[in-house]
Design a protein around this ligand. Structure first.
Ligand code: F3S
Length: 63
């Protein structure tokens, strides 16, 4: 599974980082978020992050 963060929507709420710190990472000064391919054992956490993002900035896709 692939995860993409729409950086035009992300406001840096960091719910995703809290829920799935192995997948999401905040980049210091910019306050922007970086994401990567999702390991199988992180899929559930990423789904929780998608649901928790207040601005629906996290998008999922198939590999
Ligand atoms: Fe951004 Fe949403 Fe995460 S606003 S920092 S993608 S919880």
């Amino acid at each position: 599974m692939q995860v993409v963060v729409d950086l035009t929507r992300c406001q840096g709420y960091a719910q995703c980082v809290f829920l799935a710190p192995q997948v999401f990472e905040l980049h210091g000064d910019e306050g922007l978020l970086y994401a990567t391919a999702v390991p199988d054992d992180q899929v559930e956490r990423v789904h929780q992050a998608v649901a928790a993002c207040p601005v629906q900035a996290i998008l999922l896709g198939e590999e």
